[in-house]
Design a protein around this ligand. Structure first.
Ligand SMILES: [Mn+2]
Length: 282
């Protein structure tokens, strides 16, 4: 039994197409998209339509689906204020989906597949606790035990955009990384191949080059850079550098922006210039 796990596509269509083409050759029995197909990228709607059009693929919900769905709850108050400005990118994505988020809302959080011996491969976007509780390659075993309990034979996680395979007690913990926006310094799309063969579970990470120039152009042509707000500029650089940019910025400026001590756009442009980063010209 061969299972391909894709995650964190984040609206990057060229990266998704490269992975899909690779799957055509590998011929898995199951393909699971483990959350965050949308948001944080230029082509969320196209990525969502692409995965939906694959009849055998199984789709799970990530925290970014939850953010986009949240805008469909008709809460007018959230459309004002500093917090909304910080989170505006997910509203831009909601608009790209023309507010049609019912199918995103119907996605489930968890999926289990079973080997012939009854052993379980369990897939969740982050951990058993919630869809933002990331499991890291260097998370302490004691922490991971809580995050995956009750322990399956294989636990497939995602969310942190950092692929790895590690053993924790009797569980193979597999992070499929990110198709669209890896953060481990390697630009290439990442997905996981998990296999049940000769009575054993194994897993490996596959990295694939794709047309980065096309994705870069999509950030401009989709309107993302012009319309998704200043946090979108950080997200663009995170994608371009394959390195963390948003969280270091949040750690430094989130509270100050929320308190009105500095304007959001100023906080972002200051940070980018301090890092020697500037938005590309198209
Ligand atoms: Mn996520």
């Amino acid at each position: 039994m061969k299972i391909a796990v894709l995650s964190d596509i984040h609206g990057n269509l060229p990266a998704l197409e490269a992975v899909a083409e690779h799957l055509t050759a590998w011929r898995p029995d199951h393909v699971v998209v483990n959350g965050d197909t949308v948001n944080r990228g230029p082509s969320s709607l196209a990525a969502w339509e692409f995965v939906q059009a694959q009849p055998s693929w199984q789709l799970l919900k990530g925290n970014h689906e939850a953010y986009v769905i949240g805008h469909g709850n008709g809460n007018g108050e959230e459309q004002n204020g500093r917090l909304f400005a910080i989170n505006y990118m997910s509203y831009w994505t909601y608009l790209q989906h023309r507010g049609e988020v019912e199918e995103l809302a119907q996605l489930t959080d968890s999926l289990s597949l079973f080997a012939p011996d009854g052993s379980e491969l369990r897939l969740r976007h982050a951990s058993m606790k919630n869809n933002r509780d990331g499991i890291w390659p260097d998370s302490a075993d004691e922490a991971v035990r809580v995050q995956i309990a009750p322990p399956p034979a294989v636990f497939a996680t995602a969310h942190i955009h950092w692929p790895f395979v590690r053993q924790v007690d009797q569980t193979l913990v597999v992070n499929s990384g990110s198709v669209g926006t890896p953060a481990d310094g390697d630009f290439r799309a990442s997905y996981a191949q998990i296999e049940w063969r000769s009575g054993e579970w194994t897993a490996r990470i596959i990295r694939l080059p794709y047309d980065r120039a096309c994705t870069r152009q999509d950030y401009a042509d989709s309107g993302f850079l012009a319309e998704a707000g200043p946090v979108g500029w950080l997200v663009f650089h995170e994608w371009w550098l394959a390195d963390g940019v948003v969280y270091p910025w949040l750690a430094r400026y989130y509270e100050a922006v929320l308190a009105g001590e500095i304007a959001l756009e100023t906080a972002v442009t200051n940070y980018l210039s301090e890092q020697g980063l500037s938005l590309p010209r198209f």
